[in-house]
Structure formats: C-alpha cells, structure tokens
Design a protein. Sequence first.
Length: 264
Amino acid sequence: MSDSDSILLTLSEGVLEITLNRPERLNAFNDEMHLALRAAFQRAHDEAEVRCVLLTGAGRGFCAGQDLGDRDPRKMDGPPDLGHTLETFYNPTLRLIRALEKPVIAAVNGVAAGAGANIALACDIVFAAKSARFIQAFSKIGLSPDAGGSWSLSRLLGEARAKGLALTAEPLGAEQAEAWGLIWKAVEDAELMAVARAQAATFASGPTRGLGLTKMSIQAAATNSFDAQLDVERDNQRIAGRSEDYAEGVIAFFDKRTPEFKGK
Ligand code: LHQ
C-alpha cells in the first residue's frame, strides 16, 4: 500500500498502522523514510477513514534516529547545517503528529535512540516492550536533543531527569520509563503488538472528535494559565457537544447499551 519500502502501511478498521522498515539499520531515518513517514501522517490527517494511528518498527529496533551514514562528515565539503535537516525533515512530521486530532499510539518494540526516541515521545500513548530502551544518544556524538525531546523530557520528567538522560545518554529501560511517567505502559515483549493493536482498535471505534479534542486540550494545558485553559475547555466542549458521537454516547447510556460511535 505504500509507495516506499522504507515504511509499511496498512489501513484496517480505522487504524493506520505505520511500520518503520529499515531493520538492518534499526530503522534509522534516511531521506526517503522521512518523506514517507510525513506523507503517512498527512494521510491520517486528510482521510476521515483513519481514526487512529499506530507507529512501530520492523525487526529488533524501533528507530535509531538519523541514519548517520547519510550525515558522515567525511563525505561532506564543510560543516553541515543540521538545523536545515531538522526544519526540512523532522519538524514538519513532529508538528503533524502533535496537530493530528486523532490518537497516535507508539508501540516501541526495541531500542529507540536519538530522534527515534523523541518521535515516540511525541506520540499520544506510548507502549514499550519491556526489553526496549530509550536513549538520548545526541550527547554521545556532540549534538543536543531534537525532534521535540527537550520539550517532551522536560515536561514529562522535570528538569533533573531530563538533563540526566540528555547529558549522560544512559539508556532508560521501558519499565523505568513507565515508573517515571515518560510512557504509558511497559508490556511483555510478546504481548506488545496485541496490546497496542487492541488499544488502537478501541480508539478507532471511539468518538473520534471527542478523542481529538481531548488530545488538543491536554496539549494546550502545557503552556496555558488555568484561566486560559478554562476557555480552551469551554471551546472544545462546545465542539464536542455538537458531534453525532456525543448524542449517541448519551442515548446509549440511557438505553443501557454499548454506543456505536461513527467518528462524526
Ligand atoms: C545505524 C544507526 C544509525 C546508521 C544503528 N545510523 N546506522 C538530526 C539531525 C541531523 C543529523 C543528526 O541527527 C539528528 C537526530 C539524531 O537522531 S542524532 C542521534 C543518531 N543516533 C544515534 O546516535 C544512535 C546510533 N546507534 C547506536 O548508538 C546503537 O546502534 C544503538 C544503541 C541504537 C543500538 O545498539 P546495538 O543494539 O548494539 O546495535 P548496533 O549498534 O550493532 O546497530 C545495528 C546496526 O544498525 C549496525 O550496523 P552493522 O552494519 O554494524 O550491523 C549499526 O551501525 C546500525 N545503526 N544506528 N543511527
């Protein structure tokens, strides 16, 4: 279904499953994979049939960040402009993930390093296999965090742990990541995809508008005052209250039956 082998795409029952697919490089990003991933999230934005996104990696890794073979200083004329790389390739995708008014699940199946870790952390719900590790690898090669990592780590963990992970580049195991509140759940390796897909199926048959607005409200809270946030909640509830799914949810409650949400 994809026009690129560097990611695999399936759309089934409202779930767009995206698999990063360069397993021999632990799914490190080359330019082709960047563009394919961005196109997949754009599709999730554009197509109403997509009601949830599930992002995972092929093979034993989730994603090892940038393919360093593509950024080898020995093959370059002078110092590279990595800011250009971020602005061209990473940042548009990260902005799409955060702006997508549908739940995005990451199923971190193995090591997630550098920008690979931080793309996972930009997702809304992160499941990780117990054997998975999150590594802020940047400091090992003379870089500083990117792909939203400085933002996500600081907000999710606070400054002490954010600095600890980013400065030392020590791997953080999935169970510790859950205990620290960095991810939603660490699960047994063998159960990861079943657990993540079950959650994706639940979201994809859920009240898509309400779920999207929930995501937007929580994200807005990160920078809002209490007062401003009350306004956001008022505005979002106004929109949610006009959805067909809200009416269905309330009627189903009174009928004592399971609601049939249509995502409208
Ligand atoms: C890789 C990579 C990789 C190429 C494993 N590239 N081949 C943004 C702006 C622009 C430029 C710079 O970057 C960024 C953002 C970033 O993401 S910076 C951070 C880039 N990532 C890293 O520094 C992580 C590098 N990888 C590692 O430290 C290790 O591979 C980890 C800890 C992820 C996994 O270690 P192992 O489980 O021991 O696996 P491995 O090292 O043996 O890797 C398996 C293969 O994958 C190996 O190839 P080989 O041919 O020897 O089997 C690696 O060379 C290759 N690989 N990461 N990022």
